[in-house]
Design a protein around this ligand. Sequence first.
Ligand SMILES: *Cc1c(COP(=O)(O)O)cnc(C)c1O
Length: 370
Amino acid sequence: MNKYKIEVASPVIGNKELEYVTDAVRSGWVSSRGKYINLFEEKFSEYVGAKYSSTTMNGTVALHLALLALNIGKGDEVILPSLTFISTANAIRYVGATPIFVDVNEKNWNISPDNIKEKINSKTKAIIAVHLYGHPAEMDELSSLAREFGLFLIEDAAEALGAEYKGKKVGSLGDVSIFSFYGNKIITTGEGGMISTNNSKINQQVNLLKNHGMSPTKRYWHEVVGFNYRMTNLQAALGLAQMESLDSFIIKKREIRASYQRLIEAKSVVFQSEENWAKSANWMISIKLDPTKTDICRDLLMSKMSEAGIESRPVFPLIHKMPPYKHYLVDDLINSSAISDNGINLPSSCSLDFESIDYISNVVNEALEE
Ligand SMILES: *Cc1c(COP(=O)(O)O)cnc(C)c1O
């Protein structure tokens, strides 16, 4: 299946998962109703500290629903980083709005509040803060900008379940938040997503839209054009079991990161920094090469790792450089470009053992010291 000895991100699935999914299958509630949906949503709300959580088919449709629930559409502008996974921008396009790309902070790699103000005009409706690779964005500064200009603040926390901003879990720090449970995310339901909010109107709208727009009180009566974006009970059973291991995943990921930071000694490497106000979920532990300190480029380092049986990933290419987004006018995003050109995601799975981290660190050190 995979040529690598060490994979970049593989899920950890145990007996609890097998037990709950088997129970869901045996119960006959295999579709999008059943007890595990409610249990998963309740447990999730409690964990992130939000009043409401609503399961979805995946993180991308969660973003789509969040924008629809905020009534964002044609003629509106939404501010986001260019350094993120494509879904963040695609969802803006799905609703007919215009993405406005801004640069990120060079240390924590997240959208930089300093670059936002000059982009705000009468069309601006929202800011999407992506907690990249598990590190929270600067939420206080973003919230005060949103408040000052009457904008919605959306958290794309797809990569950051369990991360903390100033002691509070991400997922309840803006108007609405989304999560992903794809196979390589912090927890998985195969495919899956969640929308969390403290706002009952947003929650109602999300639930209406994801369920064909069907009236909650009158069956087969549809007030709006909705979607079928629901999660199944089988997936929710998997998700509930994963939630029970989440704290241990977060602890393990901190240990993995600490080991890499201790063992990777090459002077030309900097880690995505963890700010003193943040606790990263360490979804992908990520480094950036400093091209002034090494002759080896990112792609050569990755191929040396690959030869040693180690899978790694390049940091996301910038969205505004890809064909569907090329026609959007964007300033030079200096920090984003440096990170995107020189960044690597190291193997970060909770299933990694410390011997492997030692081995990976040695391969990186040796490649860069040649
Ligand atoms: C994974 C991811 C998504 C989308 O999630 P899917 O469940 O794969 O649709 C959205 N935003 C970011 C930043 C992601 O990493």
